[in-house]
Design a binder for this molecule. Structure first.
Ligand SMILES: C[S@@+](CC[C@H](N)C(=O)[O-])C[C@H]1O[C@@H](n2cnc3c(N)ncnc32)[C@H](O)[C@@H]1O
Length: 311
């Protein structure tokens, strides 16, 4: 998988590590360019608590991960300032929290990169008519662009992911965009590792803050990148989809779509697919992929079905 290329990219690197309070100074610059671009802001890391705020974990000093900051264009609305991992090479799991959750060093950085489908979903959510009292859940949110756009619009949205650093990055990106606190819950489909290790002290806050309840809209982008033979994602969605719920998944044609459609069908969900392909548009990169909209058989389509973003 390739992360999105930086658009309007203002790179500022700094080192993060698990367990920093109070904020640490930025890492020594690696070269003259970095020296000018070093972000003097706080460094975030830790694990989510039950309230969605942070518990800071103390850890021995050790190399952490590098981040950058960029202005990300979202079609139809103001850019978002986003702190992300510098690249796919970043990895830091000094306390083994990610490892215990089944996150390998290869998959560790995936949450913290800007994936093209994330901006696509965010653009759709920017245009979606607001519905009173609608509860929205983002699954596998990563950096949570779509959740941030929803939150900026005043939608009741909960971002979720299984990665222990997803919430800290969300908090940092809320701060960068001067947005108030928003809801974050641990949402791990196929949550056996987490449940099986409930007695581990570092997992307790993650478990206590797990996604609960049902939602009117469940959305996700680029979450079908692995073969899910146990259909854990479809089961997770089924558990959290309220009556009449819609599920929006933006998929960059990764090849697991048909299998996922069948798994969703086993839970009574029918799919409609919309191609999102478009060429480069101003500062928006070209995209190839689909919006998959699922709804349970027999449920009436809501009055506002998804509408394409303006060119
Ligand atoms: C390719 S990234 C996409 C991130 C984001 N949705 C985007 O489009 O930018 C996949 C995301 O799914 C999350 N993920 C993978 N497996 C998961 C699981 N079993 N439960 C919850 N989240 C998971 C990862 O942590 C990561 O944030």
């Amino acid at each position: 998988m390739r992360p999105a290329r930086c658009v309007a990219c203002t790179i500022a690197t700094h080192r993060g590590s698990q367990g920093v309070t109070p904020p640490l100074p930025p890492a020594a610059p690696r070269n003259a360019v970095d020296a000018k671009a070093i972000d003097k802001g706080r460094i975030l890391a830790g694990s989510p608590t039950t309230s969605g705020s942070l518990t800071w974990l103390r850890a021995p000093a050790m190399p952490g991960y590098l981040t950058k900051q960029e202005s990300v264009p979202i079609a139809g609305v103001d850019n978002l300032l986003i702190r992300s991992l510098l690249d796919r090479q970043q990895f830091s799991d000094p306390l083994g929290v990610a490892e215990r959750l089944g996150i390998s060093s290869a998959t560790w950085p995936l949450f913290g990169l800007l994936w093209p489908s994330g901006a696509q979903l965010a653009a759709r959510m920017a245009l979606r008519p607001l519905r009173t009292h609608e509860r929205v859940l983002e699954i596998g949110c990563g950096l949570g662009l779509a959740s941030l756009v929803c939150h900026r619009r005043g939608v009741d949205v909960t971002a979720s992911d299984c990665h222990p650093l997803a919430n800290p990055f969300l908090l940092e990106n809320l701060r960068l965009n001067a947005l108030p606190p928003m809801k974050y819950r641990t949402g791990q489909w196929g949550s056996t590792p987490l449940v099986a290790q409930r007695e581990h002290p570092h997992n307790a806050p993650l478990l206590a803050s797990a996604v609960q309840g049902q939602f009117d809209l469940i959305m996700g982008s680029d979450v079908l990148y692995e073969r899910d033979v146990r259909a854990t994602l479809a089961s997770f969605i089924d558990r959290h989809a309220g009556a009449g719920a819609q599920i929006w998944i933006v998929d960059p044609n990764r090849g697991n779509r048909s299998a996922f459609n069948k798994q969703m069908a086993a839970h009574g969900f029918e799919v409609t697919e919309e191609r999102l392909d478009h060429p480069v548009r101003g500062d928006l990169p070209a995209y190839k992929g689909r919006l998959l909209v699922y709804q349970r058989n027999g449920c009436d389509a809501p009055p506002e079905s998804p509408s394409a973003p303006s060119p």
